[in-house]
Design a protein around this ligand. Structure first.
Ligand SMILES: CCCCCCCC/C=C\CCCCCCCCCCCCC/C=C/C(=O)SCCNC(=O)CCNC(=O)[C@H](O)C(C)(C)COP(=O)(O)OP(=O)(O)OC[C@H]1O[C@@H](n2cnc3c(N)ncnc32)[C@H](O)[C@@H]1OP(=O)(O)O
Ligand SMILES: Cc1cc2nc3c(=O)[nH]c(=O)nc-3n(C[C@H](O)[C@H](O)[C@H](O)COP(=O)(O)OP(=O)(O)OC[C@H]3O[C@@H](n4cnc5c(N)ncnc54)[C@H](O)[C@@H]3O)c2cc1C
Length: 673
């Protein structure tokens, strides 16, 4: 399935002949085992081979409305098949999740500008699964699972996306009628952004301020029907529509929504965490932030999405760089593959290393999330703040890196990278959207920084710290002395830890100094730039620490040849990181100019080794041609044929003279002005 049958470009073939490790073994690691790879390939093929999808149609040339309608049509083809496959597989919940997880990436090839049902199958379903009591689960889950109702997650409003405590939509409870009345009291209280809301779904989880017994009890989730189940017309009091054209996500159908005296029954407030008795008495949850749980789940999932977008972009950039020839290095020699220009290696190789380390982090965070959720289910919420801080921090660091790396990959493809058919534009649009949705990245870093500052105070007072921030003790223990640099992988980790701890100290000191003239809140705002830098560095500490731990385990379990590739990747990640953060490192680490030169030299050596493995690694990411969807990144490397074939499909090329010639151009040319 993944390889097409055309003849492979000879330059690319020559590269593959030199690979000195087992690519399949790498693929098995990337997807979690040979069985999972088989499953992935089967599911991918099961969906992508369906002729009804009409994947030949290049939807990028369609109008905004046609794109949406085609995305809905294709999605329904997919979801019908999903349920068929689910039955064939045995019909368990685990089977469903397995298909969904594989389908997540396949869906990108089917609806490159976004899925008009993604919120139903993610945030809507997950909120109902995790925030309802048993009766509510029994009522809603079968209907959601069978798609008898379709829903979204409507939280953000025109006026507020970040500071959700100040959302303005109101849900006022009347114990006499046992109903809530939903209202949008202002223009800024209109829901704005929820995916799939505009014209696709008929239900939503609506986050609204709960008023009962004359008091506001903060934001709570309600399940609200928005459209008639037969006619799909908006129900009385519902003002709903699409928010219009965007930078990306054109077919996600992000919408707006206003309420005017919309009645919602008592049983529709989600009651796992907060509770409202029928008489209107409000019972607080154990932790008010439990209602933010769906955001945490999605932030955790976003790390693997970032890894896969980087993997896809670097696959395109590397394959292209191995077949594109330009600019002789030695004037008398033939033009080399552009990868021979070392700056090109510097653009692409660290990106490949990031995809691998982010994947390690995604696995680690998924396990951590599971274990902290299980603790939460037994009433132990002690580690919730740690998970929140870590998921915010890594969501921000990984999606920022993701957007940066994808853009560098586009630049590395020169002019052709700017073509839509190169396949990098949708990846970039999705990366940059991820920097904003599920928590704007600066705000996410500031949340993580709160945790860092608290931990720093704890460390100063001799308290205990969670594993991931124990390096703050080392900083305090050094008592102002700088960390001595040593050029090993653990030496690099210690240097980044010293930089993160040092930056945390600077932010902390800034706050302490400012507190003398200002409130703690104002002082914290004034330290904002330091706080975000500290959180960002902490994110890199986590990535490198987890990368080292996971890759050491991997090396013990794979063949020696693949082990060497992993070692090379880890070192690439680490050396690239320290060189990029050298300013912060110099501030807190005793590192000499010679040490830095050595690191730069080391990078060149690492590039040299990775030069032969790189193609094996990106092939090992195992993106099939329909998924990679790129003239520059196809498996066969026949880029020039692909480019001209794609250009010939332009709607403008379907006739040799466009009517504008006779309508405008010719009269203009003949007019003698
Ligand atoms: C059909 C059936 C299917 C079923 C099967 C389903 C299974 C599916 C299986 C597989 C699929 C996988 C699914 C993954 C799919 C992935 C694809 C998804 C694509 C999605 C497409 C885009 C969708 C986009 C959606 C959105 O954007 S939704 C809106 C998101 N909005 C935000 O993120 C808002 C950001 N703001 C905030 O989060 C908060 O307001 C805040 C910034 C955190 C501040 O909150 P506030 O209440 O004001 O806090 P403070 O008072 O300042 O206090 C801070 C305090 O609170 C602690 N805190 C905060 N949050 C949390 C938390 N979550 N947990 C724990 N603690 C928290 C924080 O630590 C502080 O503590 P201290 O005071 O102690 O410091
Ligand atoms: C593609 C896409 C899909 C989305 N899908 C959904 C969805 O399905 N459901 C949903 O409910 N929402 C959705 N959203 C909304 C999204 O979650 C919010 O846009 C996001 O959380 C940012 O909030 P905001 O728009 O209010 O930004 P703002 O908070 O207004 O940000 C503007 C600027 O102010 C800064 N800023 C704000 N607060 C602070 C602070 N405390 N400290 C420092 N700086 C600050 C930010 O850093 C930023 O630079 C989506 C958004 C996008 C772009």
């Amino acid at each position: 399935m993944s390889k097409n049958l055309s003849i492979v470009n000879k330059d690319l073939k020559e590269e593959r002949d030199k690979i000195n490790f087992n690519v399949e073994e790498f693929t098995n690691w990337f997807y979690g085992g040979a069985e999972k790879v088989k499953e992935k390939k089967y599911i991918e093929n099961y969906f992508l081979s369906d002729k009804d999808l009409n994947l030949e149609l290049d939807t990028s040339y369609l109008s905004y409305k046609d794109k949406y309608e085609e995305a809905v049509r294709r999605s329904i083809v997919v979801y019908k098949k999903l349920y068929k496959l689910h039955n064939e597989m045995g019909g368990t919940h685990e089977d469903f999740v397995k298909i969904m997880e594989n389908l997540r990436f396949t869906m990108g090839a089917i609806n490159p500008e976004g899925n008009p049902f993604v919120l139903h199958f993610s945030m809507f379903a997950l909120t109902i699964m995790n925030m309802t009591n048993d009766e509510q689960k029994a009522e809603w889950l079968p209907r959601i699972f069978n798609c008898n109702i379709l829903g979204t997650y409507a939280q953000t409003e025109l006026g507020h996306g970040t500071y959700i405590q100040r959302l303005e939509t109101t849900a006022t409870y009347d114990p006499k009628t046992k109903e809530f009345t939903l209202n949008s009291p202002t223009l800024t209280s209109y829901k704005w952004w929820p995916g799939n809301l505009g014209h696709t779904v008929d239900h939503a989880i609506v986050m609204a301020q709960l008023y009962s017994q004359g008091k506001c009890h903060g934001i709570q989730p309600f399940i609200v029907q928005l459209r008639d189940s037969e006619t799909h017309k908006p129900l009385p009091g519902i003002d709903i529509g699409d928010i219009g054209n965007k930078v990306g996500f054109q077919t996600v159908n992000n919408g707006f929504l206003g309420f005017k005296n919309v009645k919602v029954p008592y049983k529709n407030m989600l009651m796992k965490n907060s509770k409202l008795l029928e008489d209107g008495t409000f019972i607080k949850p154990k932790n008010a932030k439990l209602n933010y749980g769906t955001m945490v789940i999605i932030r955790v999932h976003m790390i693997i999405d970032a890894a896969c977008r980087i993997a896809k972009a670097t696959t395109i950039a590397l394959r292209y760089s191995l077949v594109r020839r330009q600019s002789p290095i030695n004037p008398n020699e033939i033009e080399p593959k552009i990868i021979e220009h070392i700056t090109q290696q510097n653009k692409i190789f660290p990106g490949i290393a990031k995809a691998v380390v982010f994947k390690c982090m995604a696995d680690y965070l998924t396990k951590l999330h599971l274990s902290i959720t299980q603790e939460g289910n037994t009433g132990n919420l002690a580690r919730m703040p740690e998970l929140h801080a870590l998921s915010c921090c890594l969501k921000a660091v990984c999606t920022n890196e993701d957007a940066k790396t994808v853009e560098v990959c586009r630049l590395s493809c020169g002019g052709h990278g700017f073509l839509r058919s190169a396949g990098l534009d949708d990846v970039y649009r999705n990366s940059t959207a991820a920097q904003t949705y599920e928590g704007e990245n600066t705000v996410m870093l500031l949340q993580a920084a709160r945790f860092l500052i608290k931990s720093f105070n704890e460390a100063r007072n001799g308290g205990s710290l969670t594993e991931g921030v124990k390096y703050l003790f080392d900083f305090i223990g050094r008592n102002g002395k700088r960390e001595i640099f040593d050029n090993s992988i653990n030496g690099i980790l210690r240097a980044i830890q010293a930089a993160a701890a040092g930056r945390t100290y600077i932010a902390w000191k800034h706050i302490e100094d400012d507190k003398r003239h200002n409130s703690i809140e104002v002082a914290t705002n004034l330290a904002g730039v330091h706080l975000t830098k500290a959180a960002e560095l902490h994110g890199y500490v986590c990535l490198l620490q987890v990368g080292i731990e996971e890759i050491e385990k991997i090396i013990r379990n794979v063949s020696p040849a693949l082990g060497l590739v992993f070692k090379n990747i880890l070192e690439l990640f680490a050396v690239d990181l320290i060189l990029n953060k050298i300013g912060d490192v110099i501030q807190h680490v005793d590192i000499s100019n010679e040490d830095i030169e050595k690191l730069e030299k080391q990078m060149e050596t690492l590039f040299k080794f990775f030069r032969t493995s790189a193609i094996g690694v990106v092939d090992g990411f195992d993106f099939s041609d329909p998924i990679i969807d790129s003239t520059l990144g196809s498996y066969d490397g026949n880029v020039y044929e692909n480019l001209i074939n794609a250009a010939r499909k332009s709607p403008l090329n379907q006739e040799d003279v466009n009517r504008t010639f006779h309508l405008y151009i010719k009269p203009f040319m003949k007019s003698n002005l």
